[in-house]
Write a protein that binds this ligand. Sequence first.
Ligand SMILES: [Zn+2]
Ligand SMILES: [Zn+2]
Length: 271
Amino acid sequence: MKFSVLASGSSGNALYIETDNTRLLVDAGLSGKQLGGRLAQIGVNPESLTAILVTHEHIDHVKGLGVMARRYQLPIYLNEATYQHLPSSVGDIPTSMLHFMDTGSSISIADIGVQSIPISHDAAEPMGFRFFEKDESMAIVTDLGYVNERIIQSLDGVHSLIWESNHDVNMLRMGSYPWNVKRRILGDTGHLSNEDSAIGLLEIIKGLGEQVYLAHLSQDNNLLELAHLTVKNMLEEAGLQVGKDIVLKETYPDRPTPLQNVKMQSAIVSA
Ligand SMILES: [Zn+2]
Ligand SMILES: [Zn+2]
């Protein structure tokens, strides 16, 4: 299984995952044209996609959903509450293209096992996803207010993880956002701060060389270096060797990450 984070941040989110037989898009939060461009950058023809999965209905996750689904005749996997709350700009989607999955359930899309994970966020019924192929697994969990036991258990043994590190609490507090917006972001249905991101990782990561992509960084209340350094320092204070026990990677709003194998660092080193 390989993947690329095509876009990450409040301006748009999309993840691409492939196996030999299956090609998935998780969220489509850029325009159809931009998504086509990002896929081209990693050498993927959108005509070859198998399906689109949707985590939740916020526009930074569904902006190009309708266009992509209609243009390439792609089945959409999502829960019913998310479907009911899709913004009207997504446009009409033929019911034959809709595949409802219950939050917390597991399904298969061709050779990829998909487990949905309920998360707390100010959307109708938001989900994270974990993906399995053979003995490899990866997951995406962003857009969440806090980390609970269910999430930690659901991510047990994951090899590659796309994980929210949304904001620096001080930048958010000092920044220009109105108080109600600040309160929303900081609340239980908002977004994970850099510190909470690290605290969550310490519960999930076993130190076996897992790859963690810090994702959904706020463009106003965070900096790439600050997120990386805050998480790195907290992991190292807890005794993990960053770069060996855990590999921290970056994601970008304006470009895709290189297509990467789902593997732990130790497996890469010994291979
Ligand atoms: Zn959201
Ligand atoms: Zn989002």
